[in-house]
Design a protein around this ligand. Structure first.
Ligand code: HMG
Ligand code: MG
Length: 318
């Protein structure tokens, strides 16, 4: 029977039984807002995301404040949420960023590489190799401090300046990130141009070249409405870490055509329908995105938030 506000669970063969959602709304989402959200609202957003059952919530970035002014309050925000009983990864592009994060007690960091030269230049002011050289001491120091390191890899499918990105080019940078010691890798479709066959092709080649699927996450933006289809393809391949952004917030300030990430609510709806456990209370999450949309002054682009957000949602039994 369908519970109001939840899809009927009908499992499909060959899919994982549990998926870990890596929530990026507070970072990937808010970094792209025209206006800067006040620190206290960001902290409340993260608290509500944790309260809805998300266990990995990317909090902010320790990048140059001139490059991403929306996240310039990282020093104030991080201590306001650091006691929450969830994993709170933060982005660090270089040793300066790592120093800032470590001084506040961060235990999870992420470096962010690009598969293309154009985006490496636009996002990091470096070539691909220079960026990898910048990350090396960051990863080495983080590992020495028992800090978990995620490696993002952007433009895995297409690039706004260079067009389609050859799979081998992606594999080369992916291996470099894992070889330098990243614990996990998030494959980014930064501008949302991937389609399921392309996702399976990349995952297949990575597997052939001995990159363990268990170390991979997927990070889809929803520009062309393909993010859920791409996610399903990745799940069929065995991926169990999926990045998503509450309410579909997001984009990237240094990739003009990037729109919002896959909305966490749309993802949870699909996973719940497939009988895949996420630990997330969809009603609470929708309420959080409706609350955030009111602060941002515009409706959420998430289809599930639009469908569910107008009526009170039942909360899951604790
Ligand atoms: P740069 O201008 O080349 O910096 O930028 P630099 O190394 O030449 O240093 C210049 C000055 O900046 C120095 O200060 C440094 O101390 C300072 P000065 O000596 O002149 O007074 N500086 C810093 N200050 C604070 N925090 C720091 C820091 N680093 C240097 N961490 C840099 C290079 C990497 C810093 C810059 O390009 C940058 O901050 N880029 C970040 C861009 C960004 O955050 N983009 C969005 C995240 S990526 C994304 O969204 C994609 C993703 O979602 C996946 C996907 O969708 O594909 C992850
Ligand atoms: Mg992104």
């Amino acid at each position: 029977m369908t519970v109001q506000g939840l899809p009927m669970a009908v499992p499909a063969q060959g899919l994982p039984t549990r998926v870990r959602i890596h929530e990026v709304g507070a970072r990937d989402g808010l970094q792209n807002e025209k206006s800067t959200v006040p620190t206290e609202i960001k902290a409340e957003f993260i608290r509500r995301l944790a309260d809805s059952g998300l266990t990995t919530i990317e909090a902010t970035s320790f990048v140059h404040p001139k490059w991403v002014p929306q996240l310039a309050d990282a020093e104030e925000l991080f201590p306001a949420v650091s006691e929450l009983p969830v994993a709170l990864p933060v982005l660090v592009p270089n040793e300066r960023g790592l120093d800032r994060a470590l001084s506040l007690g961060a235990t999870r960091v992420a470096v962010f590489a690009s598969a293309t030269e154009s985006f490496a230049k636009a996002n990091l002011n470096r070539t691909v190799d220079e960026a990898l050289a910048m990350f090396e001491p960051v990863v080495a120091r983080a590992k020495a401090e028992q800090v978990h390191v995620r490696g993002y890899l952007s433009m895995c499918f297409g690039d706004p300046w260079e067009g389609p990105v050859p799979v081998q080019q992606v594999v080369h940078v992916a291996k470099a990130l894992l070889d330098m010691g990243c614990d996990e890798l998030s494959l980014g479709d930064t501008i949302g141009v991937a389609t399921p066959g392309h996702v399976l092709e990349l995952l297949g080649v990575l597997k052939e070249q001995h990159v363990p699927t268990s170390a991979l996450g997927v990070h889809f933006h929803d520009t062309y409405g393909q993010a859920l289809a791409n996610t399903l393809a990745a799940l069929q391949h065995g991926v169990t870490t999926v990045d998503a952004s509450a309410g579909g917030l997001g984009g990237c300030p240094y990739a003009k055509s990037a729109t919002g990430n896959l909305a966490t609510e749309d993802l949870v709806w699909m996973l719940q329908g497939l009988g895949i456990d996420t630990g997330v209370d969809l009603g609470r999450l929708v309420a959080t995105s409706v609350w955030m949309a009111a602060h941002l002054g515009r409706p959420s682009p998430s289809r599930a938030v639009r469908a569910l957000g107008t009526t009170p949602q039942p909360h899951k039994e604790q």
